[in-house]
Design a protein around this ligand. Structure first.
Ligand SMILES: C[S@@+](CC[C@H](N)C(=O)[O-])C[C@H]1O[C@@H](n2cnc3c(N)ncnc32)[C@H](O)[C@@H]1O
Length: 226
């Protein structure tokens, strides 16, 4: 699992063990270090994603701040994907008992944990209806490879949302001053640049907000595309 190739290398064999160690070290304290957004904002994001009855891929799920809202809104299956095994352990401890939780590739549970790097997803083509990337896009080391992979696993007409409940400047300031130098260059591009990356990966961009309070892109995999 922990093989590592450069972002330009074979995407089928990509796992960023360096970043995993950093996020693993933050996992036990994550919920106090980065308190979740207010519930109404989380609900708004879940509403925008339109998750009812859908298979949702939550990329960089961390300790699972979207999970409760997503499953309460009727998501058919929630796949919480994260590079950090320790983040997923915290998530599992939080929700096990309330929901049946399994590690991918077990398939019977509403909540599936997927320990994987977004650059190398072990999911079947066109197997998810929604992709949510909340507070994770700047950590993609090769956004082109990552977005192409997300396009591959998303069903035609499926929706992808990239979201931060903060403006780009603030997000970038936090990363530039992070205690772990590996995160210093994990920066959000202007939304028009991110939109161009999405188009190159095959998506139709349906919205782009890059304001001081919100960074959000929405994009659809066109019917019959790819
Ligand atoms: C800033 S945290 C956000 C966690 C959660 N979405 C939240 O808002 O609380 C970023 C998360 O993305 C994960 N991550 C970073 N790079 C990733 C990658 N290449 N593939 C999958 N997950 C990744 C990290 O392990 C971490 O849990």
């Amino acid at each position: 699992m922990n093989s590592f190739t450069t972002p330009g290398g074979n995407p089928g064999n990509y796992f960023d063990a360096g970043r995993e160690r950093v996020f693993d070290s933050m996992a036990p304290r994550w919920d106090s270090m980065a308190p979740p957004a207010p519930p109404e904002k989380i609900r708004e994001l879940i509403d925008i994603a339109g998750v009812e009855g859908k298979v949702v891929l939550d990329v960089g799920a961390g300790t699972g701040i979207l999970v409760e809202a997503g499953l309460s809104a009727g998501a058919g299956r929630w796949i919480a994907c994260d590079l950090s095994g320790e983040m997923l352990k915290v998530l599992e401890a939080k929700y096990n008992g309330k929901y049946r939780v399994d590690y991918f590739p077990a398939a019977g549970s509403p909540l599936l944990l997927l320990h994987a790097d977004v650059h190398s997803l072990p999911l079947d083509p066109a197997s998810v209806d929604r992709v949510i990337c909340h507070n994770v896009f700047p950590h993609f080391q090769n956004p082109g490879v990552a977005l192409t992979g997300l396009f591959r696993v998303l069903r035609p007409e499926g929706l992808l949302v990239i979201n931060h409940f903060a403006g780009r400047e603030l997000v970038n300031q936090v990363h530039r001053s992070a205690p772990h130098p590996i995160l210093h260059a994990d920066l959000l591009p202007p939304a028009d640049e991110a939109a161009e990356m999405l188009r190159k990966a095959g998506f139709t961009v349906t919205g782009a907000v890059d304001s001081p309070q919100l960074y959000r892109l929405t994009a659809v995999r066109p019917a019959g595309g790819g």
